[in-house]
Design a protein around this ligand. Sequence first.
Ligand code: GLN
Length: 455
Amino acid sequence: RSAVEIAQEALNRIKSIEPKIHSFLHVTPDRALEQAQQVDAKIAAGEEIGLLAGIPIGIKDNLCTKGISTTCASRILQNFVPPYESTVTQKLADAGTVMVGKTNMDEFAMGGSTETSAYQLTANPWDVARVPGGSSGGSAAAVAADQCVVSLGSDTGGSIRQPASFCGIVGMKPTYGLVSRYGLVAFASSLDQIGPLGRSVEDTAILLNAIAGYDPKDATSLKVEVPDYTQFLTPDIKGKKVGVIRETFGDGLDPEVEKTIQGAIAQLKDLGAEIQEISCPRFRYGIAAYYIIAPSEASANLARYDGVRYGARAEDAENLMDMYLRTRSEGFGAEVKRRIMIGTYALSAGYYDAYYLQAQKVRTLIKQDFEQAFSQVDVLVSPTAPTTAFKMGEKTADPLSMYLTDLMTIPVNLAGLPGMSVPCGFDAQGMPIGLQIIGNVLREDQIFQVASAYE
Ligand code: GLN
């Protein structure tokens, strides 16, 4: 089949099941068909095409796409059409992928269920009464529902891995700095990282190949040689040292999730891995530190939405201060406002030392726990999330219970490490469960090895 035919099939499939799932904020048939035609033209001209050429992909709506609406699922960016392209979507376009649409998400990636989107709720394809996870819930649901082959998400505290786990697919957060953030709308800049979601470990490896690498447009981009990640997809993990993080078991962990994860660990052992228990005692302070650091950075990053430079502007303001106030009051949803208030408070004179500085110290301690762990093992494993996908509306009234869903993923962002969620079974209701595999800095190779052997 031609790339245009494949694109058309994906677009038809989106049309038929979108009314049930609502993964996409904008479907982009024009861009899809244009990109597909370019691939077909290359084939007709006898040019070589890569593995990703003609592959339908969904892009999270916090990645800037030139000429195509990029809203971050926020009212404040409702009419924002970026004049430039993010580095990752440019790289993917160069690789010949076909963008079928921009996926739904929690507003500014703040949330764990995609319910803070200002526009729509996304359903979990395994049970439409449940959430797909978040914040990259649209990207995960779109892949799980076969609306596209792969997708891109962003992960600040678990936003790729947790929805991948809830939707039964593979999702990876690379090492901080491996993938350029140029053109990613900033949430918490020291934690944000873009990464791939797909139905197999191999698909995510191929996608990571295309997006990783140094970019002078991102000051935190790492100047490192990027290997071909598919070379690590070998079934042999004999003697591989796998650490099980003790603190991620026990209180708060759903017993069915625990049983399934123990089964996955037994399977790794059968494959020849050496399993040992590892303690990361400061892990449990991760959430507390994150909910100071991430909102602090967010409060600074979101100061730019003032109604002046771009985005929405409130009408009928009486003066400048009133315009700021009305624009931001109308433009931001409740969760975003909550974060801005927490962050502004934590950074204010008199509280800075007590909260922000203290949280940064905890961040260092968590990093040290990981350093200690990786002096003994090659990878660490844990559940990706303490539960499977919950019902829509179940946690919306209680932000704290929503924050707790990222218990196991947040420390990985605080330390800047790579982490992946791989499907490892189902609970009694038939909802998917994910195993998290964590690697040391830039040791994506180890994660791919273990994940592909397990898969
Ligand atoms: N759920 C977490 C939060 O709300 C993580 C979100 C993310 O990784 N973008 O901050």
